[in-house]
Design a protein around this ligand. Structure first.
Ligand SMILES: C[S@@+](CC[C@H](N)C(=O)[O-])C[C@H]1O[C@@H](n2cnc3c(N)ncnc32)[C@H](O)[C@@H]1O
Length: 321
């Protein structure tokens, strides 16, 4: 019965038959064939994680889908155009369409994992943003949103240049990425010596960063949002924020507790999803690394936390598109 229900759940996504060529399988998980640099799975467990991330970030933004001057920017004029880069299952894009019936949202991803039935004014397209060939004219979009995509971007400065090209003067970009370094009891990994702290947790994250580096992903990007946006020379009014994301059930404050629970659940799904990547790179003792990290996650011996980096900026009016 359960199996049948799960089958049906899967059917609502586009990937089943028609788009099977966009995927490859590795160690029992599905991956994007179009962007082989992105080595996190794109399958049912991972969709659940996207759902948790969507709730988590909204919680951090006090229930909103965005922050900064986005609402004001999208308010005037009908048919404002929004681009959601690395849209995943399209949750954010569809919610924005529901929230603002006057905007048109295009979600792009390298995999067709979005639902078949989508709200009017919402569309999904296949595009690997590492490849700059994109058919939209300069200045086409009013707002560009990119959330939790860093692991699939081989040249983030180039992507920001592309975003600058696609935004109209006065348009807004919003970037949201988690830091890939972790904290325990409020202290960063770097402040713990070899045999102290949650070793299992830290070892897993170090291994993850090493694998991403081998994939030519720059793991320092979220911390450098301001500098990277400034370097493009086409953005102004750059705002960057860093928020603490508790992981687990320890926060006393109700809304922090809710974020902590969501992040804990998201990580529970995330850890086994790293196994194929680690095996691919020949990391020894992969099962033990994941198990030790799970032990630290479940034990509550340390108050684990991460950091979320949020940046928004306005496309300058005085720089030609
Ligand atoms: C962790 S999910 C996040 C989904 C969504 N942005 C969210 O916040 O819920 C990352 C998504 O980015 C997509 N992605 C990664 N690299 C990409 C690239 N180069 N071009 C387009 N999409 C990419 C992945 O396929 C995946 O669906």
């Amino acid at each position: 019965m359960l199996e049948a229900a799960e089958e049906n759940d899967d059917d609502q996504y586009l990937h089943i038959d028609d788009y099977s060529s966009l995927f490859y399988e590795m160690h029992g998980r599905k991956f994007s064939d179009l962007n082989r640099s992105y080595m996190l799975p794109v399958d049912k467990d991972e969709f659940q994680r996207f759902e948790l991330v969507n709730r988590l970030v909204k919680s951090i933004l006090n229930g909103s889908l965005f922050c900064g001057p986005v609402k004001k920017n999208l308010q005037f004029g009908p048919y404002r155009r929004v681009l959601d880069i690395g849209t995943g299952t399209g949750l954010w894009a569809m919610e924005l369409c529901d929230l603002m019936p006057w905007v048109r949202v295009t979600g792009v991803d390298t995999v067709a994992i979005q639902p078949i039935e989508v709200p009017p004014r919402c569309r999904f397209e296949i595009w690997d943003v590492n490849n700059p060939d994109y058919s939209y004219d300069n200045g086409h979009f009013d707002f560009i949103h990119a959330r939790y995509i860093q692991e699939g971007i081989t040249d983030f400065p180039k992507l920001l240049g592309q975003i600058g090209r696609l935004l109209r003067p006065g348009g807004i970009v919003l970037l949201i990425e988690p830091d890939l370094c972790q904290f325990a009891d409020g202290k960063p990994e770097s402040e713990y010596t070899d045999d102290t702290g949650p070793r299992g947790w830290f070892t897993l994250w170090e291994t993850y960063r090493n694998c991403l580096t081998l994939l030519e992903i720059d793991v320092t990007v979220p911390r450098r949002f301001r500098e990277l946006l400034e370097d493009t020379l086409v953005f102004e009014d750059i705002h960057v924020h860093e928020g603490i994301i508790p992981i687990g059930f320890y926060p006393a404050d109700e809304s922090e507790l809710s974020v902590g629970q969501l992040q804990w659940m998201a990580h529970e799904l995330f850890l086994p999803g790293l196994k194929p990547m680690f095996l691919h790179f020949g990391v020894p003792d992969v099962d033990r690394i994941i198990k030790d990290a799970q032990r630290d996650l479940y034990s509550g011996d340390f108050q684990l936390s991460g950091r979320l980096h949020i940046a928004y900026a306005t496309r300058r009016e005085d720089e030609p598109v």
